[in-house]
Design a protein around this ligand. Sequence first.
Ligand code: IPE
Ligand code: IPE
Ligand code: MG
Length: 238
Amino acid sequence: MLDKTKYHIPEHVGIIMDGNGRWAKKRALPRSIGHKFGAQNFRKITRYISKTGVKVLTLYAFSTENWKRPADEVSALMVLFKQYLIDSLTDFREDDIKVVFIGDRSAFDPKLIELINESEEVAKDRKGMLLNIAMNYGSRDEILRAVKELCTEASEGKLDPQNITEKDISDRLYTGGLPDPDLIIRTGGEFRLSNFLLYQSAYSEFYSTETLWPDFNEEAFDKAIIEFNKRNRRFGGV
Ligand code: IPE
Ligand code: IPE
Ligand code: MG
């Protein structure tokens, strides 16, 4: 476990959990097996991170663009989401993790929506780490929703368009009221956000690792924190 007295622990960490398919391909296994190992890792690493002192963890599990994948892969993912949600309910209780889902849940099947609602409901009073699971999440969609809300409020005379602030926008995002992510980790080696937290990540530190998601373990997370501690965050100042 990382020595908290030696390292500054970021308050909010986002993770783009990428590379399940390549992990399976390397082993000549179907992509769905990569997702299964990825889901197991999600359970394990979330528990670990909740003990490091991170206050908010946002995990990107399924993007608004991931529906483009072959139908059999999408349905394998939906089966895994259900299974792992049920399994992790116990873990999250033991670790006092508060779970919230961000994204448009209405697109999922009723059983999954029920599980999502239930997971949030049982966890709502917990005081430990906040875990945001981004499912059917897309940042452009999130911003579009915020814009529509603002337009509606303006048309109803509840706010003056000339006085809209940056905070008015961020308050209407799924992450409204939370601190912006300090660190965004992407596994699988790509250097892109793929529609994750675009508005919130204006000043996030970006860390990309070649490690594929099912292999991203405690040590790999610690490495990201050590690298984060070397960054000089200026926020536009000197
Ligand atoms: C990330 O792994 C999981 C999801 C997007 C659901 P990928 O499935 O994108 O894995 P690669 O990038 O093809 O290796
Ligand atoms: C980003 O990974 C989405 C998630 C990890 C859920 P993708 O594999 O979908 O991203 P691209 O297609 O490489 O940009
Ligand atoms: Mg990918």
